[in-house]
Structure formats: C-alpha cells, structure tokens
Design a protein around this ligand. Structure first.
Ligand code: PLP
Length: 383
C-alpha cells in the first residue's frame, strides 16, 4: 500500500526509496574490480530524484566521485556538504572559472583557450586546478579529437596552474558493445590514451563506461565507471535487463481532490476530448499535470492505479491537474472513489505496477526523460 507521508501543501508528490537507491549503488560497486572507482552521475537533479539527498545516500554506499552537467549543480552539492570530487561533464564557459575554483569543482576540458584561462586564474589564486580531458572518439558531441590529443596536451601542459586528473570519452552505442561502432570508439580511446602516455603526459583516472557499458562491457571499465540511470533502478536498455536486477527508486503519487458523476454525454477537461459514455462513470481529479512532468501527450492514453486497479486517465491533461474515470460495471461493482484516496501514477500498488518504462513507451521517449520530467515541480518525499 502507498505510504501515508506526503507534503502538507499539495496532494501530489514523488517518493524516493532510499533503500532501493542504496542497494542499486552497492550492486554497481560489486560489479567493479576493487581498484575501479564509481562515479555517480547526479546531473539534472539526479535524473529528477533530488541531487543532494541522493548524493548523501550514494556517498554512504560507496560513491567515489560525483558527476554533474552544470557548474550550478556542482555548487549546490558543495553547499550541501558533499566533500567528494565533483566533475562537470562538459566544458563550461570561461566566465564560470572563478566559481569552479571557489568550489573546487573539476571541469571537463577540450579547448586550449579554456585550459589556459583556467590555469591563469588558478595561478592568481595560488591553486592548481584539476580537470578531466574529454576525448572525441565518435559521438561527435564534445572532446578533443582522438588523433589530436598529444598536440592538445603539448599546447597546455606547460602551464603550472592546471593538472590533468582524468581522461575520458563517452559512448554513443553502449547498448550494443559488440557492434563495430562501439569497438571503434574503444579503439580510438585506447590509442589516444596510449599516445599521451608514450609522449610523457599523465592521464590520471581513465574512464569511459556509462550504465549500459558498465553492465554489458565490464572489460572496457578502465579506472572508473560513470553510472547514472542504473543507480535510479532504471534499465538503460533491454539488454541490461537480463544481466542485472535493479530496484526502481522513484514513485509518483497523488490523492484524489474531488469526484463527480457527470450525466451521460458530458465532456471532461479542455476541449472535451473525452465524453462520459454512460451514467455509471465517476470522474476523479488528481492535482498532477504536465507542469509536473505528466506529459500532455499521454492524455486519454495512460492509466493510474487506485486500490490496485488500473483505471483510465480521461480528458486532456491540464497544467496542474488531470482526471481519471472509475466506471461501475454490473458484473463487478466497486466502492465509490473518495476524495483523499491515494492514486499511484508511477510505482506499485498491491500487485499492480506502472513503470517509468511503460510511460516512456507511451510517450515515445526513454525512461531518462520521464524521470527528469517528474523532478520538475513535485515535492520529493524520502522514504
Ligand atoms: C549522462 C552521462 C553519463 C551517465 O549515463 P547513464 O546512461 O545514465 O549511465 C555518463 N557519462 C556522461 C558523459 C554523461 O553525459
């Protein structure tokens, strides 16, 4: 049964199962060799799960380092008391450098201009700034081209204000590690690292694996893996599902705010995209809408759980609310729904379950996006 702790000011919330998060982190730790580090990716507010609260669970469960997408996300972790190294997974604008140094946050670096500007500012502040070098091996997103890495290091390594703490790349097709595209990225990355070492440049922590690569291709694990989606109990792709059992961390719940029995033929919601087909239909309102991450594209297509029953959402999903229908059938009469009853939008209720994967399929997207979306506005309750 859904638990009863919920925010006082709104009858809709996200539940975060800290025990499941801890067990997922430990499961990834167990996949690693003892010398390998675990970098927990908590960008986008930990994929909608709440970055600071999740990072605190993760550090107690074996996180060695945290990765974020923006400098602001790193600052929020530091201000929340996170002491582990923090890496920003791309190169911020040069104007962000004072903030990086003030909070001891490592940027990813792939332009000479940024590297030298970082070095200059660090020297002025009597610091040595650590950075991770991003290598472009095929995804064509960020990084120094794998064939240019030695030249790049020659252009910046003279500077005493900077120190390379790591070298990394990112895979575009980690869900298919036997494929040629993946193998080519691995080959280019290994060659780039070898070329730098041959030329006398230290590489620090070498890392490339995200969640699917960590599960499907542990051999490419290097010195550290960067795991995101798997920590939150979500599968990166169908192939990882067979290899590793994970526990979903996020549930989304609401309480019914009001119910009504409209006459047959009456419409529901903006545009009347649903009309009550007969008399015995109870329309229930819950205070969750598309501004909370419940995409409007799900209107009249998704279901919610009430007392373990799957019930259809009806009418267009509004910004802050939506409706679902409880229809009485003569064969199986059920008790009327009442204001205050708990409804599950994502998660388990009795034997029934609605997963973020199911919602992602309906929306034509991936579980990553659905999880991030629910992080937008709903208050999080940590169980
Ligand atoms: C987001 C991200 C990850 C984590 O990916 P998951 O598939 O969630 O494990 C790792 N590395 C980089 C560079 C990323 O941007």
């Amino acid at each position: 049964m859904p638990r009863s702790r919920y925010p006082e000011t709104r009858w809709a919330w996200v539940e975060i199962d800290q025990g499941a998060l801890r067990r997922n982190v430990r499961a990834f730790k167990q996949l690693l060799q003892p010398r390998q580090r675990l970098c927990c990716v908590v960008k986008a507010d930990a994929y909608g799960h709440g970055a600071l609260a999740c990072a605190q669970v993760m550090r107690r469960s074996g996180a060695d380092l945290f990765a974020v997408a923006t400098v602001g996300e790193g600052v929020a972790l530091r201000e929340g008391g996170i002491k582990e190294p923090i890496l920003v997974l791309n190169e911020p604008p040069i104007t962000a450098i004072p903030e990086l140094l003030r909070y001891q946050i490592m940027p990813s670096v792939y332009t000479v201009e940024f590297a030298l500007a970082l070095g200059e500012e660090a020297v002025m502040q009597h610091q040595v700034a650590k950075y991770h070098m991003a290598v472009e091996t095929g995804m064509n997103r960020i990084g120094v081209r794998s064939t240019d890495v030695v030249e790049f290091r020659r252009a910046i390594d003279f500077h005493r204000g900077i120190q390379c703490d790591g070298v990394f790349t990112h895979f575009a097709t980690a869900d298919e590690p036997d494929g040629w595209d993946f193998q080519l990225q691995v080959k280019r990355f290994n060659e780039a690292v070898a070329a730098m070492r041959d030329a006398g440049f230290a590489c620090g922590i070498v890392h490339c694996n995200n969640t699917p690569a960590t599960v499907l291709s542990p051999a490419t694990g290097c010195d550290m893996v960067r795991v995101g989606i798997g920590l939150y109990g979500l599968q990166a792709c169908e192939r990882t599902r067979a290899r590793m059992t994970l526990e979903p961390v996020m549930s989304v719940r609401a309480r019914i705010t009001r119910t009504i029995r409209p006459a047959m033929g009456e419409g529901v919601g903006y545009g009347f995209t649903y009309r009550v087909p007969r008399a015995a239909v109870q329309i229930c309102t819950i205070p969750v809408g598309y501004a909370d991450g419940l995409s409007r594209t799900l209107s009249n297509r998704m279901e919610v759980l009430l007392r373990g029953m799957r019930l259809p959402q009806v009418g267009n999903i509004c910004m802050d609310q939506c409706m679902f229908a409880l229809t009485q059938t003569s064969r199986q009469p059920v008790a009327e729904a009442e204001a205050g009853e708990v409804v599950t939008i994502v998660g388990r209720d009795g034997d029934a379950e609605i997963t973020l994967d199911e919602m992602a399929r309906l929306r034509g997207t991936i579980n990553y996006e659905v999880a991030c979306d629910f992080g937008m506005r709903l208050e999080k309750v940590y169980l």
